[in-house]
Ligand binder design. Structure first.
Ligand SMILES: Cc1cc2nc3c(=O)[nH]c(=O)nc-3n(C[C@H](O)[C@H](O)[C@H](O)COP(=O)(O)O)c2cc1C
Length: 173
């Protein structure tokens, strides 16, 4: 019995590859959405295109988001303990172009966009759902920081579907 279990385990290991390409391809098959994370603190605001966003709890309703360590937005998230997740709809090209390059805190990240000020961060009107979040915990995760936050306020555009993001490899966004 024990030896047949060991043989089955050995067979399983043989088909599970350990090289970077296989791991990247498999991780890339984890689907996500895309969103613009915005934050405001001490009169400064910015926005960041993020895909590593996921629900984390029912009670309290919570989500997690991963931010690469050292991004300027971290100063605002940590100063205010809040952020806003603006979920992208089916046609994300304009938002990808606008937020894909990253902004310093001195730049106006929202020039030309229709936005509303909120206590969590700028609300981007063209997005299909908005979640105002309050940070509960920050966990280091390799080269990223994982922020776990309760969802305190939200709004949704009725009937609008989110964009779905899949990648060739989990080693890039
Ligand atoms: C589709 C997509 C998803 C991204 N998701 C994240 C994310 O979840 N977390 C993060 O810290 N950066 C993420 N980024 C990177 C940021 O948007 C980044 O600011 C921008 O690409 C500029 O990157 P750079 O500062 O590395 O040049 C993503 C980028 C793209 C294109």
């Amino acid at each position: 019995m024990a030896s047949s279990l060991l043989r089955a385990f050995a067979r399983t290991c043989a088909v599970v590859k350990r090289d970077q390409e296989s791991i990247g391809a498999a991780v890339g098959r984890i689907p996500s959405g895309c969103a613009i994370l915005t934050a405001t603190h001490a009169g400064r605001s910015t926005g960041l295109l993020v895909s590593w966003v996921q629900q984390a709890a029912f009670e309290p309703m919570a989500l997690s988001v991963c931010v690469k360590r050292g991004r300027p937005v971290e100063e605002l998230i940590e100063g205010s303990s809040r952020f806003l997740i603006n979920i992208l709809g089916h046609h994300p090209a304009a938002m990808f172009k606008h937020f894909g390059k990253g902004f310093s805190l001195e730049e106006d990240a929202f020039a030309g966009l229709d936005i509303r000020t909120t206590e969590y961060g700028p609300l981007i009107e063209s997005c299909i759902a908005h979640l105002g979040c309050s940070v509960m915990n920050k966990v280091p995760a390799g080269d990223h920081n994982l922020y776990i936050a309760s969802v305190e306020a939200a709004g949704v555009v009725d009937g609008a579907a989110p964009y779905t993001h899949v990648r060739k490899s989990g080693y890039s966004y």
